[in-house]
Design a protein around this ligand. Structure first.
Ligand code: ATP
Length: 350
């Protein structure tokens, strides 16, 4: 179990600009006073009581910390320190300054499959490592795949946000309704026992429907197609790779290790290598997908803030600047659509 320091983070770190925000608080830049090293601080507001509508359960933060500690890997965000005041826990983590992978890609005019595979390999090696420790992330999606430094020749991938991650205990079943509708696996929608294989079917969104309900139905039915409009320049090996991931039965789905051995990722012949270096990603479509995803994220954030500010006004609590940190928290409390049985995270296309 990690050592939670019962001291103030401010006594050891300068707190800088806001880098991002999530359900339960903000992520801010931190400068370590003793060394000048830059870090990121994830400030998590704790629930005031078991019935409280705002904040995160202490047990969940403890689990996130334990999991991060168990995952020292080049492509997984590293945990450096933990501070614990009664109201808030601050995770001091490695600063990841290159932004989201999808934003980086969307700025490009073209992207060959070879380059995309370079990123995919890094993601898969991080995922294979966590799965080898019997840990599943359960929220793999574009927002949680970041780059350490986008000016590097091959920028390094970092997987973030282990807030929903779980470590499997042998002999115990784990079920959950958590996730972001368009990125979850059918076994989550069906509330069936989950395994690390659920990570393999998350993070992509070929099932997008006009509503969350339709998206979830498409996932359960495994309804998707390779429309020519989008896939004409895609190699057959890439399509084969995707098909082997989009399999309803968890035990039939490729594992992260198997993905790394698929000929699209690791070509066995010259012909296979040549085919993927000739094929490209449809950038027009990708840019459209990313723009829509970003728009949706800002829309959701404004909606959540408005709802919470209204709630806070009602409770006469929203006076201090500090309170703004809770502004993005607890979205699941206010999701009211039927599909919100799935614990919604700030999502892109729903
Ligand atoms: P969510 O509501 O998406 O589950 P969360 O409360 O669990 O979020 P994170 O996803 O971990 O929080 O972080 C929120 C945002 O803060 C990220 O989307 C990212 O933009 C930024 N962020 C997180 N970790 C880092 C980091 N180590 N370095 C830089 N920015 C970060």
């Amino acid at each position: 179990m990690a050592h939670f320091r019962l001291q103030n983070v401010e006594d050891f770190y300068e707190i800088g600009e806001v880098l991002g925000s999530g359900h339960f608080g903000q992520v801010r830049e931190l400068t370590e006073q003793s060394s000048g090293t830059l870090w990121a601080g994830k400030f998590l507001k704790l629930q005031r009581s078991a019935s409280s509508r705002l904040g995160v359960e202490r047990r969940s933060v403890e689990r996130e910390v334990e999991i991060l500690q168990a995952l020292p890997h080049a492509h997984i965000m590293a945990l450096h320190d933990v501070f614990d005041s009664r109201a808030e826990i601050v995770l001091v983590v490695e600063l990841i300054s290159g932004g989201e992978l999808f934003d980086f890609i969307a700025e490009k005019e073209n992207l060959m499959e070879n380059e995309a595979i370079g990123f995919l390999k890094q993601i898969l090696s991080g995922v294979a490592f966590m799965h080898s420790k019997q840990i599943a992330h359960f929220d793999l999606k574009p927002e949680n795949i970041m780059l350490s430094d986008k000016s590097a020749e091959l920028p390094e991938i970092k997987i973030i946000d282990f807030g929903l991650a779980q470590r499997f205990t042998p002999g115990e079943e784990y079920r959950s309704l958590c996730g972001t509708p368009q990125y979850i696996a059918p076994e989550v929608v069906n509330y069936e026992p989950l395994t690390v294989a659920s990570d393999i079917l998350s993070g992509m969104s070929p099932f997008q429907g006009d509503s969350d309900e339709e998206t979830l139905r498409n996932i359960v039915d495994m309804k998707y197609e390779f429309e020519d409009q989008y896939f004409s320049a895609t190699s057959d090996m890439a399509k084969d790779f995707i098909q082997k991931l989009l399999i309803k039965d968890q035990s039939e789905r490729m594992t992260a290790e198997e993905c790394l051995m698929h000929p699209w990722i690791k070509p066995l012949t010259h012909r296979q290598a040549a085919s993927r270096s000739r094929s490209s990603i449809n950038m027009k479509n990708f840019k459209k997908f990313n723009a829509r995803r970003k728009w949706r994220m800002s829309y959701n954030m404004v909606w959540v803030c408005n709802r919470l500010c209204r709630l806070q006004l009602l409770c006469k609590q929203a006076q201090e600047d500090e309170e703004l940190r809770s502004c993005e928290s607890d979205q699941e409390d206010i999701a009211i659509k039927p599909a919100s049985l799935i614990r919604r995270r700030l999502s892109s296309n729903s």
